[in-house]
Every structure is written in structure tokens, then in C-alpha cells.
Design a protein around this ligand. Structure first.
Ligand code: B12
Length: 228
């Protein structure tokens, strides 16, 4: 099984969508736990992003890896056994990457992990105008709005969404979670978000806490070391 996992990771590293899909299929056919593979893939994508930042790999390699991981995630998510998903629906999350930002790898991982943990997830995609977060959250009666931002200039749109909710007088209907590499707990606090998480696993933990807590917002729920 571990050799299949290694082959899956290698397929992602070299950016082969076909191999990534096939290896993901083989992994689950052989009885592998899709959740374990999703976790490994999350760590791998983090490593690939960091290698790019250190100029150890080039842009086309990152883009190919991103496409390959999407293929693998599609297979793995579909194969999560129903009994593994929580019986109780934990809540409804509207998620997206904010306006002006096309990065979606991390957001997709967060969306997948939330789904796996039993949340109903409405994924708006990337480069989402602030008004769309608000409209969709209202339309689907979301519990949580989760916003990803990977580039510093787009972070302001996380605040923009919160401001729009405030202006409409509906802010208290939602728990707001923010994340993405440049997003800090300090920023989350400054824009009056309710939750911040460093990685996808943290996002799930934060979402659970936000759903369990009282409707009264009392300080930021933050998980994951900010300075890692
Ligand atoms: C891959 C990548 C791209 C790909 C994106 C492909 C895609 N489909 O997403 C491409 C090549 C298209 C790209 C484009 C650009 N990029 Co880019 N990109 C990256 C890179 C290398 C990796 C990002 C990534 O996917 N990491 C892996 C995932 C798994 O990690 P993650 O996204 O951080 O997500 C995790 C956590 O942050 C968290 N999380 C994420 N979202 C959320 C949401 C919530 C609610 C929570 C709780 C948690 C959470 O959980 C995730 C999983 O654990 C980073 C460098 C880096 N190391 O981060 C630069 C980086 C983000 N890019 C950068 C830039 C500048 C750009 C461009 C503007 C470049 C340009 N000049 O054209 C454009 C963006 C254009 C635009 N308008 O958006 C800068 C941003 C700098 C800044 N702070 O402003 C970075 C940091 C590179 C750098 N060092 O300069 N990029």
C-alpha cells in the first residue's frame, strides 16, 4: 500500500494527471483509506509550494502538480465510505478564494477536509467577488463562511465580505473563518473574523469549535502555529 501512496505522490510531483488519477484509484481499490491519502497529499502540496518559494522548482511544475492533485482529490473524495463521514451534518460552509486571487489548491484541500469531517460544503471557487460570498451564504443559509487568500493584496477582500455582512445587519448569522499562507491570527482578529487556521486540519478543528460554540461570538478561535 505504501508503494502505491509513494507512486501517487510521485505522480503529483511530476504533474501527471493520468498517473495521479490511476494511482488514487489503485490506492482505494486496494482498500487504502482515502482520508490518509488526502492527508499525505495535503502535506505534499505544502512541500511543493515551499520548494517553489525557495526557487528549487519552477512554475510549470507547480501548475502541473496542482492539476494532478485535483484529479487525485476527485477520486479520493468520491471514495470516502459513507460510514466514515459523520452521521450528523455538522453545518453548512460556503467557501471560496477571495476576489483578485486565483490560488485554489489550499482552498480545495480545506473544502475536501471539511466535507470529510461531515460539513456540507458549497465551494464558490476562486477569485470570488465579495458580494457573491454574501449572496450565496444568504441563499443556502450557511453557518460558516470560509475565505482563503494567498496573496497579500487580496486579503482586504476578506474584510470587505465581513463589512458587507455588517452593513446588511446580518453579520451575527455567520461564523467567519479565514486562512491562507499570508493570513495571520492578528489579521483575523483585526477584521473581526471568528476563526483562523494554519492548515486544512486546523480549519476543520476551528469549524467544529465554531459550530459547537454559542451564537455569541467571543474572541478568535485560532489553531496552528502562526510562525511555523
Ligand atoms: C501554486 C502557486 C501559484 C499557482 C496557483 C495554482 C492554483 N490553482 O492555486 C499559480 C502559478 C497560478 C500562481 C499564481 C500567482 N501567484 Co502564486 N503561489 C503558488 C505557491 C507556490 C503555492 C501555493 C499553494 O498552493 N500552496 C500549497 C497549499 C496546500 O497551501 P496553501 O495554499 O497555503 O493552503 C493551506 C493553508 O494556507 C490553509 N488554508 C488555505 N486556505 C484557507 C482558508 C481557510 C478558511 C483556512 C482556515 C485555512 C486555509 O490550508 C491549506 C492546506 O493546508 C505560493 C508559494 C507558497 N509557498 O505558498 C505562491 C504565492 C502564493 N504566489 C504568489 C504570487 C505573487 C502569485 C501571482 C500574483 C504571481 C504573478 N505575478 O502573476 C499569481 C496570482 C495571480 C492572482 N491574481 O491570483 C506569492 C504571494 C505573495 C503575497 N503574499 O502576496 C506567493 C507566496 C509566492 C511568493 N513567494 O512570492 N501561484
Amino acid at each position: 500500500m505504501s508503494s502505491v501512496t509513494e507512486k501517487l505522490k510521485e505522480a503529483i510531483r511530476i504533474g501527471s494527471e493520468k498517473d495521479a488519477r490511476e494511482m488514487a484509484e489503485k490506492f482505494v481499490e486496494q482498500g487504502g483509506d482515502p482520508l490518509a491519502a488526502i492527508s499525505e497529499v495535503t502535506v505534499l502540496m505544502q512541500e511543493i509550494g515551499d520548494k517553489f518559494s525557495r526557487f528549487e522548482i519552477f512554475l510549470p511544475e507547480v501548475i502541473l502538480a496542482a492539476d494532478a492533485v485535483k484529479e487525485a482529490l476527485a477520486v479520493l473524495t468520491a471514495k470516502i465510505p459513507e460510514e466514515k463521514k459523520r452521521e450528523i451534518r455538522r453545518g453548512k460552509v460556503v467557501i471560496g478564494t477571495v476576489f483578485g486571487d486565483i490560488h485554489d489548491i489550499g482552498k480545495n484541500l480545506v473544502a475536501t477536509m471539511l466535507q470529510v469531517a461531515g460539513f456540507e460544503v458549497v465551494d464558490l471557487g476562486a477569485d470570488v467577488p465579495s458580494g457573491r460570498f454574501v449572496d450565496e451564504a444568504e441563499k443556502v443559509k450557511a453557518d460558516i463562511i470560509a475565505m482563503s487568500s494567498l496573496i497579500t493584496p487580496s486579503m482586504i477582500y476578506q474584510k470587505d465580505v465581513i463589512d458587507q455582512l455588517q452593513d446588511m445587519g446580518v453579520r451575527s448569522r455567520y461564523r467567519i473563518m479565514v486562512g491562507g499562507a499570508p493570513v495571520t491570527p492578528q489579521w483575523a482578529e483585526r477584521i473581526s473574523a471568528d476563526g483562523w487556521g494554519k492548515y486544512a486540519e486546523d480549519a476543520v478543528e476551528v469549524a467544529k469549535i465554531l459550530m459547537e460554540g454559542s451564537r455569541e461570538v467571543s474572541g478568535l478561535v485560532a489553531r496552528g502555529a502562526p510562525g511555523e
